[in-house]
Design a protein around this ligand. Structure first.
Ligand code: BES
Ligand code: MN
Ligand code: MN
Length: 466
C-alpha cells in the first residue's frame, strides 16, 4: 500500500505515546474499585476512534460496562469488516512481582525484543493489540486508502466473560452485520515465524462450595469424627483426573472431535522446542494427558484446572480448626463439538455424585462459551495469509490456540460471521501475569499488516462476486 511504511515511520513515536496514555488507565473489569477507570477508558477509546476517522462513535450502555461502537462507511456495496477488541484488563496482582508499576508503562529492551517492549498491564492483552487497529484505520483514512466499510466494537468485560456483549450482540444483529469479524487478541509463534490463530478453546467455569459442620470446630475435640470439608474437597478434586490424566467426569469426552493422523502430523510440523518450553517455565518435566504432545494438550484437548482453592485458617501462625466450608474455582477448557452448558451440567451432576454423605456441595456456574475453529480455506484466512507474507517475508502457519475468546462462537451463531484471529502477541508477553509486555516490533508490525488484510480481503471478495 502506498506510503504505508513511511506513514508508520513518521508517526510511530506518537502511536507509542498514545498507547502509553491508554495503558495508564487501570481498566480492571473484575474489581469494582476501578469502575470509574473502566468508564474513563471507554471514553478514551471513543476519542481515539473519532480521531482515527470513524464518522460516528457511540458509547453504548449495557447492564454492565459500555461497548464502544464506531463506524466508517464508504459504500454499502463494498464489504464490511467488524473489528472486535477489549479495553478492559486483568487485575494486576500480585503487585510485588512487577519490576515496574503495572499502570506506569515503561519501555525496556529484552532478549526477544531488542527494539524494546512496553511493560504494562493490558499492553498485549488487549489494549496494545486493539490499538493497532485504531492506528491502521488512521493510516487508511488519512491516506484515502480505506478499501471497504469498517465497524469497531470494543468491549469492557472480556476478562469477566463478556456477558453484556452477548446481550448487545443479540439485540443489534442488523447494526453489526458484516462480512468478517477481525480480532487481534491472540499470539503468534515468534517474530520471525508468524502464525494465524485458527482455533480457540471453549470454556466452562464453575465454583464449588463444600460444607461440613455448621460452624468451625476445634480440631482436637471433633477431629477424626467429622468430615473436614477441605480434606473432602481435595479428595474430590484429585479424583477428577485418573492415572493417565484423563478427566473422569462421565460423558466429558463423548463429543470431543478427534483429529486424523494426518492433521496431527501437520500440527507437529510447527516449530516447537520442548527444552526451551521447560526452561522458560523453570520446570523439569511437562505434565498432562497421556498419549498427546504438549502442543496437542494445549490446543486440541480439553482440560480441567483448579484456578483457586480456599477455606479454613490461612493467616499468620497456627490455628487448630476444622473449617465449616471449603471452596474452589474450577475451569474446563473445551474443544470443538463439546457444548459448554452440557459440560457444566455433567460437572454439576458428577460433583454431587462423588460427594460423601458427610458433606453438602453446591456448584455454581460462572460463564462459558464454545470453542471456535477458523477454516483455512476461507477467503479471510487467505487474505490474512497474504498480508503476513508481505510484511514478515515468510508465510504464516495456521495454529490452534489453547486460549478462549468465548464471544467468537456467538458471532457465528448470532451474526453468521466467521472470525479471523490476527494476533501479534507472543507467549512470552506474560499476559495475565506480572510484567506483561508487548513488543514495539509487534505493535508496529500489526499496524502495518492490518491495512494489507483490508486490501486483500476486499479485493478477494469483489473478485469472487464478479
Ligand atoms: N486474549 C485472551 C485470550 C487468548 C490469549 C487467546 C492468547 C489466545 C491466545 C483473552 O483476553 C482471555 O484472557 N480470555 C480468557 C477467557 C475469558 C472468558 C476470561 C481466557 O482465555 O482465560
Ligand atoms: Mn484478550
Ligand atoms: Mn485476557
Amino acid at each position: 500500500m502506498e506510503n504505508l511504511q513511511a506513514y508508520i515511520d513518521q508517526h510511530k513515536a506518537r502511536f507509542i505515546q498514545e498507547l502509553i496514555d491508554l495503558l495508564k488507565i487501570p481498566s480492571v473489569s473484575a474489581n469494582s474499585a476501578y469502575s470509574q477507570d473502566v468508564l474513563r477508558t471507554a471514553a478514551a477509546v471513543k476519542d481515539a476512534l473519532l480521531s482515527a476517522g470513524c464518522e460516528v462513535v457511540e458509547i453504548c450502555e449495557t447492564p454492565g460496562y459500555p461497548i464502544v461502537y464506531g463506524e466508517k462507511n464508504i459504500d454499502p456495496k463494498l464489504p464490511t469488516i467488524l473489528v472486535y477488541g477489549h479495553y478492559d484488563v486483568q487485575p494486576a496482582d500480585p503487585l510485588d512481582l512487577w519490576d515496574s508499576p503495572p499502570f506506569s508503562p515503561l519501555i525496556k529492551k529484552t532478549s526477544l525484543h531488542p527494539e524494546g517492549a512496553i511493560f504494562a498491564r493490558g499492553a498485549s492483552d488487549d489494549k496494545g493489540q486493539m490499538f493497532m487497529h485504531v492506528k491502521a484505520l488512521e493510516f487508511m483514512t488519512e491516506n484515502e486508502q480505506l478499501p471497504c466499510n469498517v465497524k469497531f466494537m470494543i468491549e469492557g468485560e472480556e476478562e469477566i466473560g463478556s456477558e453484556s456483549l452477548a446481550w448487545f450482540v443479540k439485540q443489534n444483529q442488523e447494526k453489526l452485520s458484516n462480512d468478517i469479524v477481525l480480532i487481534s487478541d491472540t499470539g503468534m509463534i515468534s517474530n520471525t515465524q508468524p502464525s494465524i490463530t485458527t482455533g480457540l478453546r471453549g470454556m466452562s467455569y464453575v465454583e464449588v462450595e463444600v460444607t461440613g459442620p455448621n460452624r468451625d470446630l476445634h480440631s482436637g475435640l471433633y477431629g477424626g469424627a467429622v468430615a473436614n470439608p477441605i480434606n473432602i474437597l481435595s479428595k474430590m478434586i484429585a479424583s477428577l483426573h485418573d492415572k493417565d490424566n484423563h478427566i473422569t467426569i462421565p460423558g466429558f469426552y463423548d463429543k470431543v472431535q478427534s483429529l486424523s493422523a494426518t492433521e496431527r502430523n501437520e500440527m507437529a510440523k510447527a516449530p516447537f522446542s520442548l527444552d526451551a518450553y521447560k526452561q522458560a517455565l523453570d520446570i523439569k518435566a511437562v505434565y498432562g494427558e497421556n498419549g498427546f504432545s504438549t502442543c496437542e494438550r494445549t490446543s486440541i484437548r480439553p482440560t480441567l484446572d483448579v484456578n483457586g482453592i480456599w477455606g479454613g485458617y490461612t493467616g499468620e501462625g497456627a490455628k487448630t480448626v476444622i473449617p465449616s466450608k471449603a471452596f474452589a474455582k474450577i475451569s474446563m477448557r473445551l474443544v470443538p463439538n463439546q457444548n459448554w452448558e452440557e459440560i457444566t451440567t455433567l460437572f454439576q451432576e458428577h460433583f454431587n455424585n462423588i460427594a460423601p454423605k458427610a458433606v453438602r456441595v453446591k456448584v455454581t456456574a460462572h460463564h462459558g462459551g464454545q470453542a471456535y475453529v477458523t477454516p483455512t480455506e476461507h477467503i479471510a484466512y487467505q487474505a490474512a495469509n497474504k498480508a503476513y507474507t508481505d510484511t514478515f517475508g515468510v508465510q504464516p502457519l495456521p495454529q490452534r490456540s489453547g486460549g478462549s475468546i468465548p464471544i467468537v462462537s456467538l458471532f457465528e451463531k448470532e451474526l453468521s460471521s466467521k472470525t479471523i484471529l490476527m494476533g501479534f502477541g507472543l507467549d512470552s508477553d506474560a499476559i495475565h501475569s506480572p510484567n506483561e509486555h508487548f513488543g514495539i516490533f509487534n505493535f508496529l508490525k500489526g499496524i502495518e499488516t492490518i491495512p494489507l488484510f483490508y486490501k486483500y480481503f476486499n479485493k478477494m471478495i469483489l473478485e469472487k462476486q464478479s
